[in-house]
Structures are given as C-alpha cells and as structure tokens.
Design a protein around this ligand. Sequence first.
Ligand code: ATP
Length: 342
Amino acid sequence: MTPTPEEVQPRTDAWLLEIDHLRVSYGRRRRTHTAVDDVTLNVGAGEAVGLVGESGSGKSTIGRAVLGLTASSSGRIRFEDTDITSVPAERRGALTADLQVVFQDPYGSLNPARTISQTLTEPLLTHRAMTAEQARARVQGLLDQVGLPADAANRYPAAFSGGQRQRIAIARALASNPKLVICDEPVSALDLSTQAQILNLLADLRADLGLAYLFIGHNLAVVRNLCDRVVVLYRGQVMETGPAAQVTGHPLHPYTAALVAAAPVADVAAQRERRLARVTVTEPLTVAHSGCPFAGRCPHVEDICRQQRPARVKVGESVVACHLFPSGKGDSHTSGSVDEKV
Ligand SMILES: Nc1ncnc2c1ncn2[C@@H]1O[C@H](COP(=O)(O)OP(=O)(O)OP(=O)(O)O)[C@@H](O)[C@H]1O
C-alpha cells in the first residue's frame, strides 16, 4: 500500500500542526496566482521544522494561512486535532493560544504607544485569565527568560534596539505558554552578531520549554542549525523534505542542491566553486504549468520534466519530488512512491 506523507515523516508524540494539501491563491478569475500549491507538511510536538526557499516561494503565505491571516483556497489545516482551516484570524486566537508567531520586522510588530509591560500583559489576561498581580510577576519572568532587564517593562519600544525588540516579540509569543511558534524570518532584519544571539535564544527556549517551531527562512545554515527537519519550497510546491542534516548536507533535488551551492561559506575557494554552480539558478524562469516547476532552470531537465509533475518519492529518510528519482525504481527499502503528486 502507498504510504501517506505522514507515514514517511518521523512521528513524534503527536502532530501539533497538520497542513494537508494546502493551496492558496491570490487574485481573482484570470489573474489568479497560486502561491502555495498542494503543500502537505506536519510539525510534531517539540519539533523544529524549517521552511526554506527563495523569495516568493510561498513560505510566508503558508505561515499566514496557518495564522488565519490569509484564506486557504483548498486543503486542510489542523492544530492540536482541531480543524482551523476556515476559522477567521480573530476567532483563531481563542482556539489556538498554543500557537504563536514571531514576525520578521521587530520595528513594525510592536505597538509604539504601549509599554512593554502592557504589550506582554495583554495575552496573559486574554488567554490565561491571570489576575493583574500574576500577570506582573509573569512579565518579569518573561523578560528574564529572553535576556532583558526587569526595568524594560516600563519602557516603550522606541527605547530598544532591533535585537532587543525581537526579544520582546519573542517574550510576547511565549506569554501564553504556546506549544508551537511560527518564526517568520525572525532574524532577517538584524545584523549578523544580533542574528546569532537571537538564534541562540530560540534554541535555548526550545530546549527549556519543549517548544515546536515552524521556522521560515532562506538561510540554509541557520535552518540546519536550528531545525530537525527541512521542507524545501519552490514556486509554492514542496521539492524535498527530510532531516535537516540530510537535506542540507546531501541534497537530492537539483533545486535543493542549487540552494545549498548558493549559500555563503567562509572558505574563499569553496565559495568560488559555489558561485560557478549557482549559474543554474540564475537562468531565466519559464513557467511550467503541468510539469516540474523547476524544469526551466534545472541542469538535469528532460522532456518528462516539462510534461508531468513528479511524484513524491521516498529516498532514505527524505522525500523528493523529481523525475531523477522515479517511483518504483531503486532499493525497495529506501525508495517508493509516497503520493500521486507533490
Ligand atoms: N497579498 C498578496 N497578494 C497577491 N500576491 C501575493 C500576496 N502575498 C504574497 N503574494 C505573492 O505570493 C507569492 C509567495 O509570496 P510569499 O511572501 O509567501 O513568499 P516568500 O517565500 O515568503 O517570500 P519572501 O522570502 O520574499 O518573504 C509571491 O509571488 C508573492 O508575490
């Protein structure tokens, strides 16, 4: 029997988040643009899943659909066994206090007219029904947890640097004791040393609190360090998914390989080699409606790639959607068709 995508992903205690054949389109009628195209992915309790792909691949749209900020065109989203697909964002909060978000922009995501204490207290009163006294104590605990001084509570966002504001945004996400935090490019707007501090903080919080992350990013090195599993998106479709070390160290899909090659490395000679390899991802785009979306840029393209969407095929611990890995071929223990299409 053909295994379902769930069966080929390592199972933790239970899936916190299940995204099943999600499709999101923007626009109307003939101007419709499908930003997310039949995406299936799950996040288990305490698991960190990285969602990577270049700009415009649909990463944030998936995050926004989970949060109810963007409507799904089809498919299902379940959180803690509750179907939240059609629940509007304003009602989703009550259903999903266990699901929180940290956005990219630490400047735009905090209300400049509210003190940090006011910002952090609100979710405590709303979701956790705390008394004012309990909330005050919790705010101090949260500030300590994210490495900010106690007197930060009475100040306004303008008094803080970008990195400090991101710590405040993280504290706000933690306030309701979530199980899953969607991190939408949380360090992209920060300088390199601040990025490292925030990433360390996220890793520590995950270890201390048993948090799960859906970590949206385009930096493969960051995702490899922070995440257990990686999902590689291209033009709204999943190209490859598997253990982070496997996907980033031994990519199967030519697109993943190109992403890995394009990622900066410290070694100058190695970087030069990678620049040469990057030629394949800077070729002009051609739209592949029925075939593989990467066909127009793929160095291994064959006729079938332009004609047929590749099946999802299990290869070792990864799942790849590429005609280089035809279903039914290869070692029966390591390879097999997972689904009819990506
Ligand atoms: N509100 C919108 N209306 C119309 N099209 C949109 C909207 N938001 C996103 N898109 C389009 O959907 C596609 C996916 O965008 P999305 O922001 O999800 O990608 P992304 O991978 O997160 O990119 P980035 O890394 O630049 O944030 C893009 O082509 C984008 O132009």
